[in-house]
Write a protein that binds this ligand. Structure first.
Ligand code: DX5
Ligand code: ZN
Length: 217
């Protein structure tokens, strides 16, 4: 289904003392993927998970694993996340100078490659790589923490990417991450996003499936 909106709950907002149950909750919600935020304490001012947790999530479920690397030198860690079971690996354009090599290596490993952009990063930097990747991720908060407020200037970037996607007939996912709830999801979809990441909103609900359905509407 070409125009289907994909939704990925961000495991960062889960209760880690019951990780397996939280993964099962995502599975039952019929979300398209689990979004896993990897932070190194340098590229962003927070530390989260590594390949071992990705591997544990992979053993808990068959669900598609969307791994979002917020780390410097992503190239050096690709093989570890591939081994852990990542299906999509997204890294930040601001985090490395080896952008092409990193994309090529992810693809050589048979995985989908995504390129992420911080809120203040210009979309023009994407032009060179947009045909090489499977996904562009526009951060709608400053990366590092869940529960922040959506930054509306991201909508302009989404729109530029959507235009390029249509003009060039690209098979490209346009993902948005940060501050996504019912209202912000509507705005993102209106501007051309087809892949929404949400942590706080989805994990705060008793019935995650209704939340996922709401974001798809
Ligand atoms: C932030 C992370 C996000 C975060 C989103 O750096 O990349 O994936 O978990 O959380 P919410 O939906 O709470 O903004
Ligand atoms: Zn993320």
């Amino acid at each position: 289904m070409k125009n289907k909106i994909k939704v990925a709950p961000s495991i960062l907002s889960a209760d880690f003392s019951h990780l397996h149950d939280e993964v099962k909750r995502v599975e039952k919600s019929k979300a398209d993927a689990i979004h896993i935020d990897i932070m190194d304490g340098h590229f962003v001012p927070n530390l989260t998970m590594g390949p071992k947790i990705v591997s544990a999530i992979n053993r808990s479920s068959e669900i598609f694993l969307d791994v979002h690397l917020m780390i410097y030198n992503p190239f050096d860690y690709i093989d570890k996340f591939v081994e852990a079971g990542a299906d999509l690996i997204t890294f930040h354009i601001e985090a490395t100078e080896d952008i092409e090599d990193t994309i090529n290596f992810i693809k050589k490993c048979g995985k989908k490659a995504g390129l992420a952009f911080n809120p203040e990063t210009s979309f023009s930097l994407a032009l060179k790589y947009i045909e090489m990747v499977d996904l562009v991720l526009f951060m709608s908060v400053h990366p590092g923490f869940g529960g922040q407020k959506f930054i509306p200037s991201v909508l302009e970037k989404i729109e530029m990417a959507k235009k390029l996607k249509d003009d060039m007939k690209l098979d490209l996912d346009i993902q948005v991450d940060g501050g996504i709830g019912k209202e912000t999801a509507l705005k993102c979809k209106k501007h051309g996003a087809n892949f929404l990441v949400a942590g706080t909103y989805l994990f705060s609900l008793d019935d995650m499936k209704t939340g996922v359905d709401n974001l798809r509407l």
